[in-house]
Design a protein around this ligand. Structure first.
Ligand code: SER
Length: 646
């Protein structure tokens, strides 16, 4: 079976079960300021899972493009990729466990033809402290479907401690069998939906060589063990909870959110755990092998050495996998509009591209990999994702980036070799001078030179530099988007920077006025400021009335007229929290933070926020503002656009 067959039969199968097939959303979420990439099939469905009516009904299925930046460092083994396709089906308050589980089983065993004896499943153990029940309902349904194929599906409670023994269904805790966008039940922010899940695993068999050589060999192996014997091929999330201030409440409806990696289901079908050996990667990987000297013409890869670096067989395989993953992911990201830059999604793309470019230099790959990758991706995916057929445009972006950085990177890669010791300062120098991202320095430098290199030290250097290079650039801090990075800043007129700063302070006033008017449960969900307008997202579950909008606008303008001073103090995070400074729940803050406050003293200030600045010195500098729009961005999230009134 090929990836095309599996994708197609999944969609057909769920169409026959009454689902409407929708096309993949872009990799950059359209209406979700809280996340950089679409990392799961459920993200575009969020508002419908929360209760909004989906225009196409209550049963939806798709194949969704996904990108997970958090997996970049995992790429290189046989199963992790940054970009992947997730097959998904959803019940939006329609069917639940009793239907989903038998359907999944039917799909995997009958449609795809997987042997049920190699399928194992997991369910949520429950958590008394959190008052979350154990999922015995799913167990019952799984036992019934296995019984139909003559398999007695026994349960076991602590496979991670005792091994699998003769079990088929295993209970795990919330670190394994709970799903929300932000992780386990305790990590979820208020308002976030989530629920227990039931995952399906494919068993490649006890003879798998990977397991024999694995560090896990002595431990009792179980389905969630990392040795490589088992591969998770799908996850049924029973999304029925929402996080509240005090615990959990039930969502207005019980949802099913299923997601399964296409390449992984294919790997199971091939009974080969290496996703890079599936047809999805075939032509790209063989092209790469052809073009890389350590593969080309060498009969004994193990003996190949490059410069002083002996890479060995495992090393060669890892490099090919990383190149294949990063090339494919970059093409998809660019096709969806991402451009290399120094911030957010653009920075992640830049990281992928610079790693590819650095590998070319380090491993002496002369061939230009970009045209090959663009063609291979077009051939394999063009029919399903037509955006990747815009090869000329995609290639231009790639070549641009290559030109911009190749020379610098090349010198940087060589420069690394000169250091006996690389710490934060040196790493920052390499970043600033040659454009080498921190991660790449860490990866390319010999391990003994980076023993004392910590990300925090690099960040400290980075911050120092930013302060020195003057604070026209607003760092992403306190949830306010990076409005202008230093590069852009030089090109922008002072006037534009000034406007963005005015709007930045006005945004703090807006945040305050919203809470005054609508209640203290209003929370910032995201924001983005440019010289033309400020866009502010906050949690609130209904449309604002014209009166409320007017009142909020008036409050902001009153405080502007009152000509209040704006100041900041630096303090430990805990102290900042104690003083009541607002912060953005999705953001990770350093131990020491800046608190910007509006008013004469910190204790009594009307507005206090964790924020990197910059701000006007006195509110009167803002002039006057106007709310130009108020709209929904998702269930429970509203967006206000604020502009300077001329
Ligand atoms: N949202 C779940 C996941 O990403 C299932 O679709 O695993």
């Amino acid at each position: 079976m090929t990836s095309e067959t599996i994708r197609q039969s999944f969609l057909e199968f769920f169409k026959n079960k009454g689902h409407i097939i929708v096309s993949s959303a872009p990799l950059i979420p359209e209406n979700d300021p809280t996340t950089l990439f679409t990392g799961s099939g459920m993200q575009p469905m969020l508002r419908y899972l929360l209760g909004e009516k989906h225009p196409l009904g209550r049963r939806i299925a798709d194949a969704q493009k996904c990108f997970r930046a958090q997996d970049i460092d995992e790429v290189g083994d046989n199963r992790h990729t940054t970009f992947f396709e997730m097959l998904g089906n959803w019940s939006l308050g329609d069917f639940f466990k009793e239907e989903q589980i038998p359907w999944m089983f039917e799909f995997l065993t009958k449609e795809i033809g997987l042997n049920p004896r190699n399928i194992y499943v997991t369910v949520f153990r429950g958590n008394e402290k959190l008052k979350l029940p154990r999922d015995d309902e799913s167990v019952k349904v799984w036992q019934d479907v296995f019984a139909e194929t003559g398999i007695e599906a026994r349960t076991h409670d602590f496979a991670e401690r005792d091994g699998m023994r003769d079990g088929r269904i295993f209970y795990y805790d919330e670190t394994k069998n709970w799903w929300s966008r932000s992780g386990g039940p305790e990590q979820m922010p208020v308002g976030e939906p989530g629920g227990p899940d039931s995952e399906m695993f494919w068993d490649f068999g006890p003879d798998l060589k990977l397991h024999e050589n694995s560090e896990f060999q002595a431990n009792p192996c179980h389905v969630n063990c990392d040795c490589g014997r088992f591969l998770e091929i799908g996850n049924n999330v029973f999304m029925e909870y929402m996080k509240t201030e005090t615990g959990f409440s039930l969502l207005p409806q019980k949802n099913v959110d299923f997601g399964g990696g296409l390449e992984r289901i294919l790997a199971a079908k091939n009974n080969n755990p290496d996703v890079f050996e599936t047809d999805v990667f075939q032509s790209l990987v063989s092209k790469l092998k052809e073009l890389t000297p350590f593969y080309r013409g060498s009969t004994s890869i193990g003996a190949t050495s490059i410069g002083a670096t002996s890479i060995g067989e495992g090393g060669a395989q890892k490099i090919i996998r990383i190149l294949a993953d990063h090339l494919r992911a970059s093409v998809f990201l660019i096709a969806d509009g991402v451009r290399p830059s120094n911030k957010e999604a653009g920075y992640i793309l830049r990281r992928l591209l610079r790693r590819i470019l650095a590998y070319r230099i380090k491993y002496d790959i002369h061939a230009d990999l970009f045209p090959e990758a663009v063609n291979a991706v077009k051939e394999k995916f063009g029919k399903i994702y037509p955006e990747v057929t815009r090869t000329k445009e995609i290639l231009t972006v790639l070549e641009d980036e290559k030109q911009k950085f190749e020379e610098a990177i090349g010198r940087g890669v060589k420069e690394i070799e000169k250091y006996k010791e690389i710490e934060g300062k040196e790493a920052f120098y390499l970043y600033e001078t040659f454009g080498l991202p921190y991660e790449l320095v860490k990866e390319l430098a010999p391990a003994e030179t980076t023993r004392n290199l910590a990300k925090a030290d690099f960040d400290k250097e980075f911050e120092k530099h930013q302060e020195i290079s003057r604070a026209g650039a607003v760092k992403k801090f306190g949830g306010h988007g990076l409005i202008l990075d230093t590069g852009e800043l030089k090109a922008e007129s002072e006037e534009k920077v000034g406007k963005a700063v005015q709007l930045h302070t006005a945004t703090h006033l807006l945040h305050w006025a919203l809470r005054e008017t609508l209640g203290k449960e209003v929370r910032q969900m995201g924001s983005d400021i440019n010289p033309e307008r400020s866009r502010f997202d906050f949690s609130f579950n209904r449309k604002l009335t014209p009166d409320e909008i007017q009142k909020i606008e008036n409050l902001v303008n009153e405080k502007i007229e009152a000509d209040l001073p704006v100041n900041f103090e630096e303090m430990p995070k805990a102290e900042a929290e104690a003083v009541g400074a607002l912060h953005f729940f999705k953001e990770k803050y350093p131990e020491k933070v800046k608190v910007y406050y509006i008013g004469t003293d910190l204790q009594n200030a009307m507005s206090k926020e964790f924020c990197g600045g910059p701000h006007v010195k006195k509110t009167s500098e803002i002039g006057k503002v106007k709310i130009i729009k108020e709209e929904a961005v998702g269930a429970g999230v509203r967006r206000i656009r604020l502009a300077l009134a001329l």
